[in-house]
Design a protein around this ligand. Structure first.
Ligand code: 13P
Length: 281
């Protein structure tokens, strides 16, 4: 199989003191852009499809084009479901060839989260697929800082959850959030460090878009294994389409239009990888 499980990429990242980019994609251009960036920078990459984007494209389409990208790539690539909502959704992705799935039941009660996550782990591991889950709640970036902080991950619960579920990596709430920040994020680095040092699996941070570079570098320095980024790529994509059509009109060459969007995303991806690999050894 051309696609690698998360576990292999995360182990390599921890060993070499960098953070794997888990970059969201929903079509061929965004996929080619992020894979192109990973190849230019010579680092492994986790391609992710947000659960709604996966439904939009269809898991079979995403895994088919990602398989092609991975087969022709000089770097190791994983394909994962991002914020999977149900066992059934995770199963469809596993059946379609995804090499990682996230099951996010962080809004449900603890017992249900453990039971469902364990079910996903059992299925996924029987096929060599990795599993990510979330504890605490990573909110949207338009929420007040106080709400984001009141949903931080509890380290005691996190340690217990990982032991009870057997997941391969855990997404934690430490101050980052999804989407465009309304307020500059406040990252709780002490909490993050405790989670990285004491939770018995690699730690994942979400909401990597428009997080200040110095915060990303601090997150990388703590030993976080995986950083999720989505919004920045999609914003660059739509902005490039807009700008190109403003300049060349809507009767423009579609290939040049798509190429402009792809290049814009690749540039952002290269910049993110530079941050994620700043301390790589
Ligand atoms: P951003 O869209 O804020 O980068 O968050 C992406 C993410 O965390 C996906 O899980």
């Amino acid at each position: 199989m051309a696609l690698y499980p998360y576990t292999e990429l995360l182990r390599y990242a921890i060993e070499h003191k960098f953070t794997v980019g888990a970059f969201n994609s929903l079509n061929m251009e965004t996929l080619q852009a992020i894979v192109g960036a990973a190849e230019k920078k010579n680092v492994p990459l986790i391609v992710q499809t947000y659960h709604a984007h996966m439904e939009y494209a269809g898991p079979g389409y995403m895994s088919a084009i990602c398989e092609v990208a991975a087969r022709n790539s000089s770097v190791k690539i994983a394909l994962g479901l991002d914020h999977g909502r149900t066992y059934e959704q995770a199963k469809r992705c596993i059946d379609s060839g995804y090499s990682g799935v996230m099951i996010d039941l962080s809004s449900e009660d603890y017992g249900y989260n453990v039971a469902e996550t364990r079910k996903v782990v059992e299925l996924a591991h029987s096929k060599g697929v990795s599993v990510e889950a979330e504890l605490g709640k990573i909110l949207d970036a338009d929420q007040p800082l106080s709400a984001i902080a009141s949903n931080y991950t509890d380290p005691d619960v996190a340690r217990k959850f990982v032991k009870e579920t057997g997941i391969d990596c855990l997404a934690v709430s430490i101050g980052t959030a999804h989407g465009f920040y309304k307020h500059k994020p406040v990252i709780n680095l002490d909490l993050l460090k405790e989670l990285v040092d004491t939770v018995p699996c690699p730690i994942v941070v979400h909401g990597g878009s428009n997080t200040p570079d110095e915060d990303i570098l601090s997150i990388v320095r703590t030993g976080v294994a995986k950083l999720n980024v989505g919004t920045d790529f999609f914003a660059a994509y739509t902005q490039a389409l807009h700008d190109f059509m403003q300049e060349h009109g809507t009767k423009c060459d579609i290939m040049k239009l798509m190429e402009a969007a792809r290049s814009a995303v690749e540039k952002i991806a290269c910049d993110k990888i530079d941050l994620l690999t700043k301390f790589m050894v």
